[in-house]
Design a protein around this ligand. Structure first.
Ligand code: ADP
Ligand code: MG
Length: 702
């Protein structure tokens, strides 16, 4: 992400070696740290600071003290243990203290001559021989008089063979160069002068803030630096978020300047499709369909978000959009996050579109070469009207004859790069785009993140649905739950049993599911169990799900892969083990797998002891409400924004200093601030924006 201030400053993009004399070896190592330009240096943040601005008197030391000391070597001692390689005693004017080194070069031993002045920075420790200074950083002085640093000393993250000193010097040089550059230019935007005074650090210039971070004065609140609450950081964060916000909206404005082909659908075709479903659309579905179909008649690309809680019936809405495209003679690409889901969607769409004589193809990873060639040919010739697949849909070699609409299901599960590829598939016209998401985004966040992106919300559950009864059960009472499972199966209904383990590897998750699978089989031999986990091949997963759907099994034991889009209306009991380990929204998504038919549905949240009151309280939010938005709000306060927006993956947003997870609260202020700026509202022609989009803009979806 650029900073407004820095976009025009050419220096930031210049290679380090153009301004500093560095041996090629060091340059290589810097490159390995992703440090190539002066800008990279400036945005390389310290991980902590050392205070070398004063000399601590040796008479006052205590164990655990980390500080700087200075004295004259009195004598060399015999090392007290085998680990200690060098030991000497040094003294200032009032006290003496032993210094211990654990590994030393011979050259250093040679310099430790009695009478020499040394300055050491390190930690005071204590063993049975008393206090000593443990393996400090040491500097040999020519006299007692050497000056101390004026600023706190930054310590940078691991440097792979580049010394802290070299790094520090390079960064300071970069600050000086960039500072000089800014002093000789006085474009008002470059100064970024009008930061609202509610932002700490609003009165700091861009370079000034950097200077502060890399060379803070001795009295700096280091804690605030580390948590990024310090004004110097806040000021940069604010600027970066403004740039982020600006670019998102500019890209959208930009996209609207491209033409799209208008799509039309006849009332007769709509009715044919509606009759196919066998139920009436909810009011919310009807409204969403109308909005979407209206957008599609325009000669500019639609860019709409369809937000609806899990089970709210987004797929049917998407089918109407697809219908408009195929009725106009254009193609539709429908992208799903997993193969399992792609297969399910393919099944549904094939069924629906058969009535219109349209071909729906599925593009899968594991297809035979022959089958794949055939499908690709159908897409290239236009014979296939709808293509469904994972991101494989947008790989090289997949060509559409005339793509009119792109639908992305569960859009939050895709990386931004994947989403961007979609756009590149188009030729002279941009396809219309419909993004679907089941992660309800709290309003505060949605307004800023999605900005002016129009949004349809399905906030109504299909009418016949009964509420899902949710209960919290401690895991000791698992046997009771198994009894309930048995009686459930006896009535011919089906059950999901989800083993929620997070953080661990897929391997461990699969293992946990396997163990549960075996245990349940033993405890309920009369039920038929199937197992589903992420270590199975797509083919296996698909066939397990199909069999479950065909009622060949009563219980599906799974890792959280079932979270995504599985639709089995006969499944009415969901058991989530270790529910306390999942985010609330994730639990809610899982729960939405049941209650899709007309029977009463239940969800059991099994939690492990010890489970804190807070955790239990959180889970009880799920018990109290089925409103995905409320649940998401709760999650937001607990977990922060990044998880919810799905932008946490590294590299996706490439922020230099801001962190949506931590700083999202600033977003509304950014938006307000941008409205009042001379270069807003969103000038897509802005030269720097154009340049920036070309280089880095690829990270963002328009
Ligand atoms: P999601 O929004 O989670 O993608 P789906 O589109 O998969 O939800 O729909 C969930 C289930 O609800 C499906 O079984 C679907 O057939 C059913 N459904 C959707 N809309 C309606 C409706 N208006 N009336 C009854 N059932 C519906
Ligand atoms: Mg869905």
């Amino acid at each position: 992400m650029p900073f407004f201030t820095s976009v025009d400053c050419p220096l930031l993009k210049e290679p380090i070696q153009a301004h500093c004399a560095i041996p090629p070896k060091v340059l290589e190592r810097l490159a390995a740290l992703e440090l190539r330009t002066l800008g990279d240096l400036l945005f390389h943040w310290p991980i902590r600071y050392e205070n070398k601005t004063q000399i601590f008197p040796l008479a006052d030391v205590y164990p655990g003290l980390v500080s700087q000391f200075q004295g004259q070597i009195e004598r060399l001692d015999h090392p007290r243990t085998a680990r200690q390689r060098l030991r000497f005693v040094f003294a200032d004017d009032r006290a003496a203290l032993p210094v211990v080194f654990y590994h030393v070069f011979p050259s250093m031993v040679a310099r430790c001559v009695p009478g020499t002045w040394v300055r050491c920075f390190g930690e005071i420790r204590e063993d049975n021989g008393g206090l000593f200074l443990a393996h400090p950083e040491i500097q040999f002085l020519s006299s007692n008089e050497a000056p101390v640093s004026e600023a706190l000393t930054p310590v940078y993250p691991m440097t792979q063979g580049v010394s802290q000193q070299i790094l520090k010097k390079l960064i300071q040089r970069a600050i000086t160069l960039v500072g000089d550059w800014f002093r000789t230019t006085n474009d008002p935007i470059r100064q970024f002068p009008a930061i609202p005074s509610s932002i700490p650090g609003y009165n700091l210039g861009f370079v000034h803030a950097l200077h502060y971070i890399h060379m803070p004065p001795p009295d700096t609140d280091v804690e605030a630096m580390m948590t990024r609450q310090h004004p110097a950081y806040q000021r940069l964060i604010f600027e970066e978020l403004c740039a982020f916000h600006y670019i998102l909206s500019a890209q959208r404005t930009n996209a609207r300047t491209f033409p799209a082909k208008p799509l039309h659908v006849s009332p007769g075709a709509k009715k044919t499709l509606a009759d196919h479903f066998g139920y009436v659309l909810t009011g919310a579905q009807q409204k969403a369909v109308e909005d979407i179909l209206e957008d599609l008649t325009q000669p500019v690309p639609m860019n709409r978000l369809l937000q609806g809680d899990v089970g709210s019936g987004k797929t049917i809405v998407a089918a109407f959009a697809a219908l408009a495209a195929v009725e106009t003679g254009l193609q539709v690409a429908l992208m799903a996050p997993t193969e399992v889901l792609a297969v399910q969607l393919h099944e549904r769409f094939s069924h629906w579109f058969a009535a219109f004589g349209k071909t729906v193809v599925l593009l899968q990873g594991g297809m035979t070469a022959k089958r794949k060639t055939a499908v690709l040919a159908q897409l290239a010739s236009g014979e296939a009207a709808v293509a469904i697949g994972t991101h494989a849909l947008f790989q090289d070699g997949v060509d559409f004859a005339d793509l009119g609409l792109v639908i992305i299901d569960e859009q939050h599960r895709f990386g931004v790069e994947q989403r961007l590829k979609l756009v590149q598939k188009s030729k002279d016209f941009l396809p219309h785009r419909l993004f679907m998401t089941a992660t309800p985004i709290p309003r505060t966040l949605a307004m800023t993140y999605y900005g002016d992106m129009p949004c349809s919300v399905l906030n109504e559950r299909p009418a016949h649905r009964k509420p899902i009864q949710t209960s919290l059960v401690p895991s000791e009472r698992r046997a009771d739950v198994i009894e309930r499972l048995k009686s459930f199966c006896q009535t011919g209904q089906q059950v999901y049993w989800v083993c929620a383990l997070i953080e661990e590897s897929e391997h461990i998750r699969a293992q946990a599911a396997e163990q549960t699978f075996e245990l349940l089989q033993k405890m309920a031999p009369e039920c038929r169990f199937a197992l589903l986990h992420g270590r199975q091949s797509s083919k296996q997963k698909i066939s397990v799900l199909q069999d479950f759907k065909d009622r060949k099994f009563d219980v599906l034991v799974a890792t959280s892969v079932v979270e995504v889009g599985v639709d089995v209306p006969n499944a009415n009991l969901m058991v989530i083990e270790n529910a306390e380990r999942l985010g609330l929204s994730q639990c809610h998504q899982l729960r939405g797998r049941v209650g899709r038919g007309s029977e009463a549905a239940y969800c059991v949240l099994l939690y492990q002891h010890p489970c804190s009151d807070v955790a239990k309280q959180r889970l009880s939010v799920l018990k109290a409400t089925e409103d995905g938005f409320k649940i998401a709000e709760e999650d937001l306060t607990l977990r922060g924004a990044g998880d919810i927006l799905g932008v946490r993956q590294t590299g996706v947003c490439a922020f230099k200093v801001a962190d949506l997870q931590r700083d999202y609260r600033l977003l509304p202020q950014c938006r307000d601030w941008l409205v009042g700026q001379p270069f807003g509202p969103v000038e897509a022609q802005s030269t720097w924006l154009a340049a920036w989009l070309e280089t880095e803009g690829a990270y963002y979806h328009a």
